[in-house]
Design a protein around this ligand. Structure first.
Ligand code: ADP
Ligand code: MG
Length: 340
């Protein structure tokens, strides 16, 4: 075959393979867009585990009618303009990939209105084919509708699991979000029935929110962590060894507000627990690490599940120390001796 340039729709569908694994990835990308737009409340309506329908409505800043086609174009973003911006990026998104990718593998609609616009506007995209912008009434904010995910990519559709399983992935991701953004109201419905509501709260990182998301048992066994050194700041909760888990299902790590997985940090945590947990048991934790954005590269993974620390060893040591000290304190306390 001769070399040829792929058409845009196909490029987007290929990119979708990296960004859109399942309905939960769509919910993640769309809710992150809502948060980046300053939403105070996000409604998440789902049908059939999100496969049939995902509708995300927010009360954020909205999109100008003339910019709707750009919003669904590849590499178009309002969040960065230069490599320098990327160094200090404070938004969850920045790659300008999510909407075109999602719109290329679904029946997609975007409706939005900004505060000062006389009315809203809508744009539909069917399997990557972009329609025309049309006026549509809408309150301030944005609604994105994603129907029939992967209807045009049978190979992908085959990998979707049962409705319950897909819904479970969505709920798990929302739980992780509710922990780090208790200030935003999240309302979820599934097949027309309200299933979950996280109220917007004033207090960040309250024990009540921990109990609501991960259960009373965790909250009761939780030690609050607060540790700072070398420009690194760690807060959150770790569970006492008495509340250990059979699997790593309650391990939440956030870096500058972004939920991520990191082997090195996970290892530091395991090491801190090494003396106090039975072999094979897993610790439970919710850790928020904050540091200068210039010290961490967030552009490592298309779905942004991972970051790269410029000083991985320093961070490993810092996390280990913070947790080791907290856990040592409780052991001493249990023996009736003063903490270390
Ligand atoms: P990214 O988030 O990386 O910029 P996306 O493809 O997710 O890329 O979105 C493209 C652009 O569309 C965003 O940069 C933003 O300007 C706009 N946009 C998307 N969703 C929303 C929303 N819910 N509210 C306001 N603007 C949005
Ligand atoms: Mg985005």
């Amino acid at each position: 075959m001769p070399i040829r340039q792929l058409p845009d729709v196909l490029i987007n569908q290929i990119a979708a393979g990296e960004v859109v694994e399942r309905p939960a990835s769509v919910v993640k990308e769309l809710v992150e867009n809502a948060l980046d737009a300053g939403a105070r409340r996000v409604d998440i309506d789902l049908e059939e585990g999100g496969v049939r329908l995902i509708r995300i409505r927010d009360d954020g800043g909205g999109i100008a009618p003339g910019e709707l086609p750009l919003a669904v174009s590849r590499h178009a973003t309002s969040k960065i303009g230069s490599l320098d911006d990327l160094e200090s990026v404070a938004t969850l998104g920045f790659r300008g990939e999510a909407l075109p990718s999602i719109a290329s593998v679904s029946r997609f609609a975007l409706v939005s209105r900004r505060d000062d616009d006389p009315h809203g506007a809508a744009l539909e995209v069917d399997g990557g084919r972009v329609g025309d912008v049309a006026p549509r009434s809408h309150p301030r904010g944005t609604t994105v509708e994603v129907r029939d995910l992967f209807y045009n990519v049978p190979a992908r559709r085959k990998f979707l699991r049962a409705e319950r399983t897909e819904l479970g992935h969505i709920e798990e991701w929302l739980r992780a979000l509710a922990l780090v953004r208790p200030d935003v109201e999240l309302r979820v419905s599934h097949n027309g029935k309200p299933t979950r509501r996280y109220k917007g709260e004033d207090t960040l990182f309250s024990d009540a929110r921990l109990a609501e998301t991960l259960g009373r048992d965790f909250a009761q066994a939780a030690l609050r962590i607060e540790h700072a050194a070398a420009g690194l700041h760690l807060t959150g909760w770790i569970a006492l060894p008495t509340y250990s888990r059979a699997s790593a299902d309650q391990q939440y790590l956030y870096v500058n507000g972004r939920s991520i997985r990191d082997r090195s940090v996970a290892h530091a945590v395991r090491q801190a627990y090494a003396d106090v947990l039975f072999h094979g048991r897993q610790p439970a934790y919710v850790l928020f690490l904050a540091l200068d954005p210039a010290r961490v590269d967030v552009n490592v993974h298309p779905a942004k599940h991972e970051v790269r620390f410029r000083e991985a060893r320093l961070i490993h040591e810092f996390v280990y120390r913070a947790l080791h000290e907290a856990l040592a304190g409780t052991r001493a306390g249990q023996n009736g001796q003063p903490g270390l």
